[in-house]
Design a protein around this ligand. Structure first.
Ligand code: C5P
Length: 246
């Protein structure tokens, strides 16, 4: 049986009014939104409360924390106190940092917040990854698997990787590590600055538990209909074609 990937729309706006208006417009169909660093830096933590309390939706706080363990633990505690359901840290931050993030999330009373380790950004390919890490050659896939292993050892909820590596990560770690896939494009859409893009259906087939929809929905001339196209794409494997997503 196919398990359905949960769609999350990335509110990559610099003005809270614009972000909130789009979330409200989509909130009948979409119940999970991502707040990233651009929106958080301009709007502050209130945007998370407004989305949760005003629209009753779940929030993924994608601030990709990467710092010493004590600082990351404090950041994760603050994210949990805001009521976020998912939060990201960089998997390359080291074992102690990943464990500190895990412990900080676990120490919260409720609701539950999953910590995801960002492996290799979807905007990087083999050549740009090797150049940024000062190595002659590197394969994204190997690095993603190596970093996913650190996340699994640290007991994180899951990892962020592209749809190109999702299947390998899912095969290696199964349900013990949730896979979140950004860099999603509907057929015919532009890749923009992303290098490793896939369709919603391909990400789901590769084992994604969550898919993040950015410009393929938010920059569409009609975001509501683009989001519905995503649901239809995710439902491709069903018999009656009805999307069964939360
Ligand atoms: O507009 P687009 O679909 O390219 O946006 C992708 C979203 O996923 C952005 O919000 C970006 O910050 C996020 N993301 C990513 N690659 C990662 C982690 C997060 O593209 N590895």
């Amino acid at each position: 049986m196919t398990s359905y990937a949960k769609p999350i729309v990335a509110l990559d706006f610099e003005r809270s009014g614009e972000a909130f208006a789009l979330a409200r417009r989509l909130s009948d169909d979409c119940h999970f939104f991502k707040v990233g660093s651009a929106l958080f830096t301009s709007a502050g933590p209130n945007i998370v409360r407004e989305l949760r309390d005003g629209l009753g939706v779940d929030v993924f706080l994608d601030l990709k924390f990467h710092d010493i363990p004590n600082t990351v633990a404090g950041s994760v505690r603050a994210a949990v106190a805001l009521g976020t359901r998912l939060v990201t840290v960089h998997a390359a931050g080291g074992k102690a940092m990943l464990e500190a993030a895990r412990d900080a999330a676990a120490s919260a009373a409720s609701p539950e917040c999953g910590v995801l380790g960002v492996t290799v950004l979807t905007s990087l390919d083999d050549a740009s990854l090797a150049s940024s890490w000062g190595r002659r050659s590197l394969e994204v896939r190997d690095e993603v698997l190596r970093l996913a292993e650190s996340c699994a050892e640290a007991g994180l909820h899951g990892v962020v990787c592209s749809g190109w590596e999702a299947e390998d990560v899912h095969a290696a770690f199964g349900e013990s590590l949730a896979v979140l896939v950004p860099g999603i494009r509907l057929g015919g859409d532009e890749a923009h600055d992303q290098r490793r893009v896939v369709t919603p259906h391909a990400a789901q087939r590769a084992g994604a538990r969550y898919v993040v929809l950015g410009r393929t929905v938010t920059a569409a001339s009609d975001p509501s209909s683009a989001f519905r196209r995503v649901l239809i794409d995710l439902a491709k494997d069903t018999v009656d074609g009805m999307p069964v997503v939360g």
